[in-house]
Write a protein that binds this ligand. Structure first.
Ligand code: SF4
Ligand code: SF4
Length: 376
């Protein structure tokens, strides 16, 4: 199909909130397949076992199998507001910028479906399927194939106009549309993201070990956070923007005129003590439309305990002692660690931990208690 059609599709995409739109064939380059294999072989997916399932890996490498007769992938990007640079106080947690407003899965899926309906009218009879993040699609590789962005050494997509502050989605279609030119790489000799990562999770250019990445640890990982990673987590309680914040391509990127994720001021750096007091109903109510709900209450409060432990704020001690009564072992365990950081020498705190030990049945919490007692 002609460039006119591409112009029309780009105009429609923009109308639905996708500021960037690129066209490619459903093929993955050998280098991207190799990176995926390296990542899987080293088990860098952590507990996300589904990432290593044969059928999903096959589909990632062979996107032509996602839809019978697919000839074109339309990569789409929705920009969102870069983080504000003010430092959060030690009493506040930090949430990754894309999660300051509505859940992008819901926002983008709705907009993608509306765009797909418009494409039906424009392209006539054709098959199509829409994807936002959850399907086995190598979205960064496909976006690079269509020239929308190049993949930075932190593994995220980068664009000259929007830096890395955008989210990707795809429409696979059986309509044959002229592909765009592949993106050039513009990282050069820069290693800023690799050097800045607090947990050294970017183990090689373009390879992030999820098991070390704060984004994975605070959101996808459901268990007890390995102790050696708790301090580097600082006050990040949902996701991490650090590797993007240092990227020179993100200097001076403006917020989009309309941010369809509707970021909310109160989500920028929420008060940790308030979060620790959320019960299940209050958690659900507060994060009803937000991606933060993905952690569940226990995951978020686990992260809040770690942020408190790293804060140096002894004023958190009463709240942490209160939460030792919580029925979730994950929360009790991380509250014990935080108490060890803030008030390990306090006889009152030591007494409360001893009292807890007498009735505690959970083996992971007992490990945390032993750790608390080992502290000098
Ligand atoms: S998101 Fe944070 S922890 Fe993960 S690679 Fe980037 S800087 Fe490192
Ligand atoms: S910080 Fe440097 S190496 Fe990392 S993605 Fe940005 S330009 Fe590339």
């Amino acid at each position: 199909m002609t460039n006119d059609i591409k112009f029309h599709i780009r105009t429609l995409a923009e109308h639905h909130g996708f500021a960037m739109c690129a066209f490619s064939r459903p093929n993955i380059k050998a280098i991207d397949m190799h990176t995926l294999d390296t990542w899987i072989e080293a088990k860098m997916y952590g507990e996300m076992d589904y990432m290593a399932e044969h059928v999903r890996t096959f589909r990632r490498k062979n996107p032509e199998n996602m839809l019978d007769g697919v000839t074109t992938v339309i990569s789409l990007a929705m920009p969102y507001s870069p983080p504000k640079q003010e430092e959060a106080s030690p009493k506040q947690g930090v949430i990754a910028s894309y999660a300051h407003g509505d859940d992008y899965h819901e926002v983008m899926k709705k907009r993608l479906k509306a765009l797909a309906l418009d494409l039906d009218k424009l392209l006539g009879k054709h098959g199509q399927r829409v994807y936002v993040d959850t399907a086995p699609v190598l979205e960064h590789a496909l976006a690079a194939n269509g020239g929308l962005a190049w993949q930075g050494k932190h593994s995220l997509s980068l664009n000259r106009n929007y830096g890395s502050w955008f989210l990707l989605a795809e429409i696979f279609t059986t309509a044959t549309i002229e592909p765009d030119e592949t993106a050039n790489q513009h990282c050069g000799t820069c290693t800023a993201c690799i050097d800045a990562c607090p947990t050294k999770a970017i183990v090689a250019p373009y390879i992030v070990d999820a098991r070390l990445c704060i984004s994975y640890l605070t959101i996808e990982f459901k268990g007890f956070i390995p102790e050696k990673l708790r301090k580097p987590m600082g006050n990040r309680i949902f996701g991490c923007d650090d590797c993007q914040l240092v990227c020179p391509w993100n200097n001076d990127v403006d917020a989009p005129i309309t941010d369809f994720l509707n970021p909310r001021e109160d989500a920028l750096s929420p008060n940790l003590a308030k979060l620790l007091r959320l019960d299940e109903a209050a958690f659900r109510q507060m994060f009803r439309k937000s991606p933060v709900k993905r952690t569940g209450r226990s995951g978020l409060l686990r992260n809040v305990c770690i942020a408190m432990g790293n804060s140096g704020e002894v004023s958190f001690v009463p709240d942490l002692l209160d939460i030792l009564r919580d029925e979730e072992p994950l929360i009790r365990g991380h509250a014990i660690w935080a108490l060890g950081q803030l008030a390990g020498n306090s006889p009152e705190v030591a007494q409360r931990i001893n009292d807890l030990e007498e009735k505690e049945k959970n083996k992971d919490v007992l490990v945390e208690i032993a750790g608390f007692k080992r502290k000098p």
